[in-house]
Every structure is written in structure tokens, then in C-alpha cells.
Design a protein around this ligand. Structure first.
Ligand SMILES: C[S@@+](CC[C@H](N)C(=O)[O-])C[C@H]1O[C@@H](n2cnc3c(N)ncnc32)[C@H](O)[C@@H]1O
Length: 229
């Protein structure tokens, strides 16, 4: 009798942990340190959850991809999808491209766009934004949501990971780090409820809100938003 070997959760976890380690190692100097810290903040449990909500095929947008850490992660986990990372910062994108080449991840590309006035050009299977919308003025962010919704394919999914406005002490901690990393941005945080109302007004339904809390002092929230069929 042949025994079927089923991949255990531990095996899966080890694979993901190794993938994260390889991604971190693809950067050098201070960016490697940043990548290490970022993978502690958005750690594997969060990524595992986000990965499960995203489609396995089609174009997936990483809005405000930064150095491309999570675009690379999602692209490696979803070989049949094409991940398109967008960011306004040309230097970050160039570093992301070098990391992708070093890792041999080919189903990812990085394009410079300012999300305040960028509009999608083609139908999108899914999109996600990790800690980006609070770097964009409210009006531009709302307009971006409308355009994104219009270009998502029916049953397409949008994941919004951002920061809640409560507890205030946690928000203050996040704010200090944001000011340190992005001193020129106009930071605009919204409460989980305000996000839910805005996303519903845009047309997304259903919208699920998850609190991604752990030992780190960040009021992380994840909104899982579907475009109705
Ligand atoms: C906190 S970082 C998050 C980066 C990445 N999503 C991650 O989780 O590591 C915010 C990113 O948003 C980008 N960003 C800020 N304003 C933007 C804009 N108007 N258009 C495009 N990207 C923007 C910044 O360049 C930065 O890379």
C-alpha cells in the first residue's frame, strides 16, 4: 500500500519562512535590515492570511510596493499570477527589480506610478495595499478606490492592510515611525469604521474586517473587500 504524503502545516510554514529569509537576503546593507524588520511587522501569519484571500491567477497589483518585499513574496507563492508593484519612489523600485532578478522571480514587475493620479488601464484580478493609503491624501485615496473598483474583474478582490486610529497610543507609535521613514508625506489615518463605510460606498461587498493584532504595538487592520459578481 502506498502512503500519500500530505504536506504538514509545519512543512508549509518552513517553506514560507525559508522564502522570507531568501527575500531578505536578496537585499543588502540597511535595506536588508529594513526588510528583516518589515517581515517581523508583517509577519508570516499575516502574509499567509493575505495570500489565501488573493486569486491564484491573473494580474495582481501591489499598490505602494516600496522595495518589493511582499510583491516578491506573493509572486513566489502564486506562480500563475503576475504581480505588478507600483510605487512613486524610483529608487525603491530599482532595488526591488534587482532583488527579483537575484531571486529569479519572473512573474513580477515594478512600475513607477504616483497613486494620487494613476488610473488602472486593464482589468485586474486582485489588488492589495500594505500600509500605503495613510500616505495618500484622503480625496486621492477615495478616488483611487473608485478606479480600482471599476477595473477589478467581477468577483475580484481587494485587500487593504492599514492602521486603525485606536488605541491612540499605538497610533502615536505608528505615526512616529511613519514620520521617521516618510517625513514628506501628508499622513492621513482612518478608523476601521471609516474604512468600512468608504469601501461600502465605493461598491465593495461583502467587506470583512480583521484585526491583525499581536505583540507588536501596531493597530493593524485588514479589510477583505469583494467586488460583487
Ligand atoms: C510604509 S511604505 C509600505 C511599502 C510596502 N507596501 C511594504 O509594506 O513594505 C509606503 C510606501 O508607499 C509609497 N507611496 C507613498 N505615497 C505614494 C504615492 N502617492 N504613489 C505611490 N506610492 C506612494 C512610498 O514610496 C512607500 O514605498
Amino acid at each position: 500500500m502506498k502512503l500519500a504524503i500530505i504536506e504538514s502545516p509545519q512543512d508549509k510554514y518552513r517553506l514560507k519562512r525559508d522564502l522570507a529569509a531568501r527575500i531578505i537576503a536578496a537585499y543588502s546593507g540597511v535595506i536588508r535590515l529594513y526588510a528583516f524588520v518589515r517581515f517581523k511587522i508583517i509577519h508570516l501569519r499575516f502574509l499567509e492570511e493575505m495570500e489565501q484571500y488573493l486569486p491564484d491567477e491573473g494580474d495582481l497589483l501591489d499598490l505602494g510596493c516600496g522595495f518589493g518585499l511582499f510583491a516578491l513574496y506573493i509572486a513566489a507563492c502564486k506562480p500563475n499570477a503576475r504581480v505588478i508593484g507600483l510605487d512613486v519612489n524610483a529608487r525603491r523600485l530599482q532595488i526591488a527589480r534587482v532583488a527579483a532578478a537575484q531571486l529569479g522571480i519572473r512573474n513580477v514587475e515594478f512600475i513607477q506610478r504616483d497613486l494620487r493620479d494613476w488610473r488602472p488601464a486593464q482589468p485586474i484580478a486582485g489588488a492589495y495595499a500594505l500600509d500605503v493609503f495613510h500616505h495618500i491624501p484622503l480625496e486621492s485615496g477615495n478616488r483611487l478606490l473608485v478606479d480600482l473598483f471599476a477595473h477589478l474583474k467581477p468577483t475580484g478582490r481587494f485587500l487593504l492592510k492599514d492602521i486603525d486610529t485606536a488605541p491612540r497610543l499605538m497610533l502615536a507609535f505608528t505615526y512616529l515611525l511613519d514620520v521617521l521613514m516618510s517625513p514628506r508625506d501628508d499622513l492621513a489615518y482612518r478608523s476601521a469604521g471609516a474604512w468600512q463605510r468608504q469601501l461600502a460606498a465605493t461598491g465593495f461587498a461583502p467587506i470583512y474586517l480583521h484585526f491583525l493584532w499581536d505583540l507588536m504595538p501596531y493597530p493593524h487592520i485588514l479589510l477583505i473587500c469583494d467586488k460583487p459578481a
